[in-house]
Design a protein around this ligand. Sequence first.
Ligand SMILES: Cc1cc2nc3c(=O)[nH]c(=O)nc-3n(C[C@H](O)[C@H](O)[C@H](O)COP(=O)(O)O)c2cc1C
Length: 189
Amino acid sequence: MEFFELVKKRQAVREYKSDQVSREDIMKILDAANHAPSGQNQQQWEFIVATGKTKDMLGESYGKIGEAYAAQWEEPAKSDFIKYARTYGGAPVVLAVTVTASPHPVVRRMHLESGCAAMQNIMLAARDLGMGTCWMTGPLNDEAGLREILKVGEDREIVAVTPLGYPASWPPKRERLDPDLTRIVHWLD
Ligand SMILES: Cc1cc2nc3c(=O)[nH]c(=O)nc-3n(C[C@H](O)[C@H](O)[C@H](O)COP(=O)(O)O)c2cc1C
């Protein structure tokens, strides 16, 4: 897909078909992630591909978070969100990006931002292959649980996770708050 079209067509997808994603496509997506820019060229990211029982455990963890988060919501939004959380939208795969941990705030920021660059490449590569993703930090509300399920030690930090799969449908496009860039661009001479 042409780049500017691709960027505009990436959307957060929260409902997936159960169709499997091939290992080859997952590796293509992670290869794109591995070509992101990184602080000090440390390429400090690692990727976890969660399927099967591991994905189910992630769903149990996020499901509990979802129940608390949506407790005051009206139906059917409440049940829909909890179902999404428990199953990661029914996606067959959940990807996690981790980076090197650091106690130093500026270094930590550098590592996390490198991980974010890798995350964005994942989303764009997946979209180019006709797949959906949804950048998620909500699951980190149970960081200890996530670390245990994904076997991530204290020497690494979880940046975010995303479901990966073929969308049940593409959601309506979230309109930009400032589509003409009149408010958010600041030119300084
Ligand atoms: C840093 C970050 C954290 C996010 N965390 C979550 C999350 O925990 N759960 C979720 O369903 N969506 C999450 N999202 C997705 C946003 O809700 C979504 O990107 C936003 O609504 C805009 O929609 P769009 O991606 O289709 O443009 C997150 C996105 C970002 C960038």
